[in-house]
Design a protein around this ligand. Structure first.
Ligand code: FAD
Length: 490
């Protein structure tokens, strides 16, 4: 329900997956309350969306999701009645590749036998990995790179930790915190004293803890933990369904500019003191729009990138604002190219590849779209989506579309033996795309959430707080929705 007169129970600023999910959950759990989403651009979805042309579907952000644990995208899809539209990736999506020395594609092993046979590591490197169960616990927070090196050896850290972090987030394994980025791996160390033994136990038994949902790892072909998207539409379908469920409650092209305490008599901008305000106004907030309009609400959810949330929080919760403003966000560029199948000598296999960075290859990671979701390209075409840029290669952001396409094409020529020009090219630069979680992030986020909660009525949610994946964003939206609903109905 939305209120026409500028007075609302809840205003959500930001209509990405986080803001839409938060608004949807609040509206569902607090019927009769007015909930309004303000979205600055002409469309909702933020990073999540799909571009469709000439028989190709290219996701602009996430290309799919894994049904993993409660409260994530899988459950949201069910709530939105989308289960019948879920489309499972082909079995090829179980296979991940690693690009080594710019040209050599290795399949990452998934079983001990494959690991022993794989040329991924030297014999010495393999023996060091096998010694992992004998490495003592050390619960001091450390970067992903150091953590991997301590437990599994430097060779695995160089070969896998660096490309994995780069390819998934555009970030730097030498800076990112293992506790913030991969809390589950850290949990295995804490609980079982070994990642390998812990993973084995979990695989055999599964477990549900207060902190993590840890399913029994699936056998090949099982439904859970496999990559999904939505048939016919790509990830855009999820956004369309949320938009429909929130019909009449979303204001597009409505950019919020700042937040004020709603002071009786209209004097905005200064914090309200008990003496100046009537008690019932103390907790209200006024959202001032870029066009000068205003909305008042009891609760304001900032479902925004943390550097933007910081601008809104600065006058009211300055310490939290300065922490959020400092979270690094590398640029990431999505370049998708399609070729005639006949022009590709080595057909891409697997879900895609990660890259051990060199100064020659610009691609950080690839998704072999036509291999895992064949309906997203015409039958006679091969569609490859790549990520480039990131912390490793900030100069990639400055390239024109033609230059970016040419660079990626050159890489693909070498990697897959492409001998024709692309017949379709998509390019999108996400500036300040994905937050990095440096060492200390978990503690800083806890401080931010405590300070923001004390403001009375302000909330933050999104990809900075409890994970960058869309499952994490959906769960974070549920966290905020639960807080708001508890207050509205309490
Ligand atoms: C290239 C790329 C690939 C990715 N791939 C995956 C993947 O495969 N799997 C996965 O799980 N995750 C992936 N992610 C991460 C995931 O997509 C994001 O973390 C998530 O979509 C963030 O959603 P959000 O709603 O929190 O933020 P956003 O999507 O950034 O939404 C914020 C919204 O706020 C709006 N806004 C900003 N300022 C204002 C204002 N002043 N007033 C009103 N509105 C405003 C913006 O227009 C935007 O719509 C990927 C991210 C990128 C960039």
């Amino acid at each position: 329900m939305s209120a026409p007169n500028g007075s609302h129970d809840v205003v959500v600023i930001g209509g990405g997956i986080t803001g839409l999910t938060a608004a949807y959950q609040i509206a569902k759990q607090s019927p009769g309350r007015s909930v309004t989403v303000l979205e600055g651009s002409e469309r909702v979805g933020g990073i999540v969306g799909s571009y469709q042309q000439e028989g190709f579907t290219v996701d602009t952000g996430p290309h799919g999701f894994v049904v993993y644990g409660p409260g994530g995208v899988g459950d949201l899809a069910e709530e939105l009645d989308l289960t019948n539209e879920l489309m499972l990736a082909t079995d090829e999506a179980q296979k991940l590749l690693l690009l080594r020395d710019d040209r050599e594609l290795l399949t990452l092993p998934t079983t001990p036998r494959e690991f022993l046979r794989s040329p991924l590591l030297s014999l010495r490197g393999k023996l060091r990995v096998a010694a992992e169960p004998f490495i003592a616990r050390d619960m001091r927070e450390e970067p992903v790179y150091e953590f991997t090196a301590r437990r599994f050896g430097w060779e695995l850290a160089r070969t896998l930790a660096v490309p994995a972090v780069l390819g998934v987030t555009g970030g730097d394994a030498r800076r990112l915190s293992i506790d913030a980025k991969f809390p589950y791996v850290r949990y295995l160390e804490e609980k079982y004293g070994s990642i390998l033994l812990g993973a084995l136990r979990v695989q055999l038994r599964g477990t549900q803890t207060g902190r993590f949902y840890v399913p029994r790892l699936p056998k090949f072909g099982e439904f859970g933990m496999r990559l999904h998207t939505f048939r016919g539409h790509g990830m855009q379908r999820l956004i369309d369904a949320l938009e429909k469920a929130l019909a009449g409650q979303i204001r597009l092209s409505t950019r919020a500019a700042r937040l004020e305490r709603a002071v009786p008599g209209g004097a905005g901008g200064r914090p309200l003191t008990e003496e100046r305000g009537r008690s019932e106004d103390v907790r209200r907030w006024r959202v001032v729009l870029e066009d000068g309009g205003t909305l008042e609400a009891d609760h304001v959810v900032l479902a925004l990138p943390s550097y933007t949330a910081a601008e809104f929080l600065e006058p009211h919760v300055p310490d939290a604002a300065s922490v959020l403003a400092a979270v690094p966000h590398p640029d990431v560029r999505v370049v998708a190219l399609a070729y005639r199948r006949a022009d590709v000598r080595n057909e891409p296999t697997g879900i895609g590849f990660l890259t051990i960075p060199t100064d020659r290859t610009r691609i950080l990671a690839s998704i072999h779209t036509s291999t895992i979701f064949p309906e997203q390209a015409p039958d006679d075409m091969v569609l490859i989506r790549t990520l480039a840029g990131g912390m490793q290669d900030p100069a990639f952001s400055a390239l024109s579309k033609d230059e970016a396409v040419r660079m990626v094409h050159q890489d693909l020529v070498h990697i897959f033996g492409v001998h024709g020009e692309p017949v379709f090219a998509f390019d999108h630069l996400w500036r300040r795309a994905i937050p990095e979680y440096p060492v200390g992030h978990v503690r800083r986020v806890a401080d931010v959430l405590r300070d923001v909660a004390a403001s009375g009525g302000l909330h933050v949610a999104g990809n900075t707080y409890h994970g960058v994946g869309i499952n994490d964003c959906v769960r974070d939206a549920r966290r905020v929705a639960a807080d708001v609903t508890a207050d509205l109905t309490g």
